[in-house]
Design a protein around this ligand. Structure first.
Ligand code: OFO
Length: 162
């Protein structure tokens, strides 16, 4: 059976992951509106991954005999000044999620919940990858600067994400 403190913290993290999906879907609709179809597709895929993250925690709670408690998902931002600003926001958001995951790892150690501790290892590794991925895209935007051709090429490249 899962302890109440860990259960509450994991239920909060499900909400964070579902909010991440909402935020990236909101960015996708912004990109569609601006005609950046490749970037929109990239963000739609990102939103799907976030749903999968939420479901990993959901399954862990269910497997441990706990009760998942779904909370309201707050409304994400809907407009950005530029594609660069949207990707910069996703860097900030992933850094925030990393700090939440690290807090959970700390808590699971303090609570001696080793099953949760091990489950969270996957998220620690995933966050390193997620931060690296969006940082790399921001660097590309910065290198491109005002080049229209560069933007088109980057949009095409991002649309190739499976
Ligand atoms: Fe973007 O990794 Fe989950 O939230």
């Amino acid at each position: 059976m899962i302890g109440q403190k860990i259960l509450d913290a994991l239920n909060n993290q499900i909400n964070e992951e579902l909010f991440s999906a909402y935020l990236y879907l909101s960015m996708a609709t912004y990109f569609h509106g601006e005609g950046w179809e490749g970037m929109a597709k990239w963000m739609e895929n990102q939103a799907k991954e976030e749903d999968e993250h939420a479901m990993k925690i959901y399954k862990h709670i269910v497997d441990r005999g706990g009760r998942v408690l779904l909370k309201p998902i707050k409304q994400p931002k809907t407009e950005w000044a530029s594609p660069l600003e949207a990707f910069q926001d996703s860097v900030k958001h992933e850094e925030y999620i990393t700090s939440r995951i690290h807090d959970l790892v700390k808590l699971s150690g303090e609570e001696k919940d080793y099953a949760t501790h091990i489950m969270l290892h996957w998220f620690v590794t995933e966050q390193v990858e997620e931060e690296a991925q969006v940082n790399e895209i921001v660097q590309k935007f910065e290198r491109i600067g005002d080049s229209g051709n560069g933007m088109l090429m980057l949009d095409f490249h991002l649309g190739k994400r499976e």
